[in-house]
Design a protein around this ligand. Sequence first.
Ligand code: TMP
Length: 207
Amino acid sequence: MFITLEGIEGAGKTTQIKEMVGFLENRGRSCTVTREPGGTAIGKKIRSILLDPECGEMHPLAELLLYNADRAQHVETLIKPALDAGKTVICDRFFDATTVYQGYARGLDIGLIMTLHQLVLGGLKPDMTILFDLPAETGLTRAWKAVRQGDRTNRETRFEEEKLEFHEQVRNGYLDMARQEPTRFRVIDARQDQKRVKEEILRILAI
Ligand code: TMP
C-alpha cells in the first residue's frame, strides 16, 4: 500500500507520521517512511538546492525538472522496491505537490507536468492521499514559528518566503485535486489540535 501526505507549509503532516507508523505496525504492516524532495542520498543533495532561500532566482522550469529528477531516483531506487517487498510506503509529499506548487501556483503548463508524471511514474499512483487542509495564513504562521524555534532549519525556507497569495493558490490547487479524485483523497481539517488530527487519521487508516 502506498500512502502520501500533502498540504501547504505548516499543515502538520510530518508530525503525524510517527503515530501512523505505530498504528499500522501494530496491525502487522511493515512501513517504509520517506519524503520528497530528499528521500534518497542523491535526493538530499537536490533538496538542498530546491529549498535553499539563496536560490530565489531559480527558473520555474529548472525547479520542475529538479523535483522530477529527485522523484525518478526516489521511485526507482526506494519506492518501487519497497512496494515490491510488500511494505506500506508512507511518503511525505509526492507528485500532487508538483501539480499544485509548480502547476497551480507557479503557473507552469499542466499538460507538461502530466507528461513528466507519466515519464517518471509510469503507472505508479498512491492508493491513498491524506490532504491536511488549513488556511494559508495559519499554515505560514506555524511554519515561520517552527523556523524561529529551530524546529525547522533556516536553510530550507525558499517556499515559506513566497507571498501569501502563492500559498493560497497551492491550497486551492490541492482542494481542486481532492474534488477531482474523491476516492484517492481524504481531506483532514488541519486547523484542529494535533490530538484531533491524529484521531481522524487513525480512523481513516482503520478502514
Ligand atoms: P517540506 O519537505 O518541508 O514539505 O518542503 C518541501 C517543499 O517543496 C515544500 O515547500 C513544497 C515544495 N515542493 C514542490 O514545490 N514541489 C514538489 O514536487 C514537492 C515534492 C515539494
